[in-house]
Structures are given as structure tokens and as C-alpha cells.
Design a protein around this ligand. Sequence first.
Ligand SMILES: *Cc1c(COP(=O)(O)O)cnc(C)c1O
Length: 349
Amino acid sequence: MSTATLTIDLDALGQNWRALDAKSAAGVETAAVVKADGYGLGAARVARQLAAAGARRFFVAVAEEGAAVRQALGPGPEINVFSGHMAGDTEMIGDLELTPMVNSLEQLTRHMEALSGAPFGIQLDSGMNRLGMEPAEWAAVRDIALAQNPTLVMSHLACADEPDHAANAAQLAAFREMTDGIEAPRSLSATGGILLGPDYHFDVTRPGIGLYGGAPFDDAAPVAQISIPVVQVRNLAAGETVGYGCTWVAEKPSRIATLSAGYADGLIRAMSGRATFWHGDTPCPIAGRVSMDLLTVDITHLDEIPKTLDILGPHQTVDDLADAAGTIGYEILTSLGPRYSRRTKEGHL
Ligand SMILES: *Cc1c(COP(=O)(O)O)cnc(C)c1O
């Protein structure tokens, strides 16, 4: 087998959910965001594990993802859809008991006409200007909407990973202004907002990235580990080059390992010459450019030929790798792609 192995630590996932849950008061419900196939780790297994840890309310981006999570979890848990009630989604929402977070008057009307009495939530724009009803639109529909008992009234923070950013307090004030006094449960915070403290927690929190081991939840246990098989090793004389563009030049006699993964596996080309692999405790730099299915690593300093090298593991978190590639942990996880052998690890607690 020459595909890379992505190992998902389900205990760490459950532990991260409990740790984030413990950051808000007992009366605050901690949900779980499992969009984008559970941040690339597999929505079904991730959702089941989070349900076992105690999550009762899940969030996905689109109705199709909600259908997959419903299939994994069965009836009971609430599955909220951020994109709301889009045209064409009525049957899926109704049959699978998904809860759309409606984001406009148009969606509210569609939902009330097509699925009268079926649960829904409301999504408000408190300043991010991405998705949700703006204050004037909300003012116009608020009484009608609230009379239908929405399951949640939510908004989303633009800068929660920067605690000192002025937008946080401004969005908090805008959300309060739009929702103070209503009876429906309220939600403002994802991972970053949970860490901003109790003013931001309201009734329901919606952590995503922190569950999967990413910043800004610095205390997160790592969830994803990646090992990539070495498919060939060669010795180079000084002056020989490696890979497309001949960008890496051996300054001395060198040994290069060729690994079976590349940018099609989310190890993006921007990692070329910048990211580091690990053989146990020993770092091994990428040599030259990452190509689609292969990449090359300098192992001159190792005294054995490794079977595999790790790119996510104890020495390199998803955020370390993201920093090396000039991106964020979210993008690393959700780019990993279908080619990995995904394995789960649990039971070591
Ligand atoms: C993705 C998302 C979340 C989860 O955010 P994290 O930063 O991953 O915790 C919560 N709410 C909304 C609206 C989102 O789009």
C-alpha cells in the first residue's frame, strides 16, 4: 500500500469537546460544527464520537451535509444548516428533520410556506456582512419570525481569533441590540468566541476548529496525525538537483526519500522548501517542490531508511504546518482530500 495514512484520534476529539464545553457555564449548551466532512476528518465518525461525548446539536454548512450527518446519527440530535432553507432543499429538510438557519425574509417565507410548523432557526448579520438578516430586515420580520418559535437565533463573529479586535465588542453590542428580550435561545460564538469569555456565550456555543485540534484553542489535543510511506530512496552527488524546476541542489553528497503524497492530498505546493517532516524526533526538510502525487525529503542525516515519515504528529501541529505553508489550520484539514487511508484510534484514555 502506498497511500498515506491519516489517523484520527477520537478520544482527543471527545476530550476537546469536553474541554470547550467546560469553558462555558453549565447552562450553556455546547454544540459541534461538523461541516466540510467534519473538517476533512470524516463527518460520520466525527459526529458519532461527538454525540458520544455529549453533543446534542450539530451544525453543517449545507443540507446535503446534514443528510449525511442524519444518516450517521439517526433521529434525535438537532442538525442545523448554516445555509438555511435554499430553493430545492425542502424535501431533504423535511424528510430528514434538518433545521435550517434561515438568513433572509425570502428564506423565512419559503420555510413557512413549504414546511409550516417545521423547526427553523434565524441567522442575523451583526457586522460580518457575510450571511444573515441585517438589522433593518430583522426589524421588519422579527415579530412574525419569533411567533413561530425559532429553535435558535444566531450570529457569527468576524474577528474572534483576535481578542483585542474592536469588531468583537461591536458585534456583541449589535447582536444584543437585535436580540435582547427574546425568548428563543441565542448563539454568537464559535471556537474563538468561547475563548472571549462568558459575555459571548449566550445559550448555545458552536465550536468547530477547536474540536479538531486547531488554533485559537491553544490547549486542544491534536486529533489528526499523518504518516506518508517512503516509496524510493536515492543517493545524490553534490551538484545534482531534485524535482520540478531543479530548485533543490545537493550541496554535498545527499540522500533523498520520495514520499507517496503531494498537493492532491492537501500538502500544498506552497510547502515546497518550507515544511518539515519528522522521523520520530528528527526533523527532515522537504527538498524541492511538492508535486501532485509525490514529494521529496532530505534524509541525509538519518542513520536508517525510514518506512514512513510524519507531517502531522507530536512535533508538528496542524497550525505549525499551516504557518510553514502560509495558511491556516482550517485550510490544511479541509484540503486533505480523499486519497488517505483514514484510520481511527481510540481507547487510550
Ligand atoms: C464554521 C463556523 C463555525 C465554527 O467555527 P470555528 O472557528 O471552526 O470554531 C461556527 N459558526 C459558523 C456560522 C461557521 O460558519
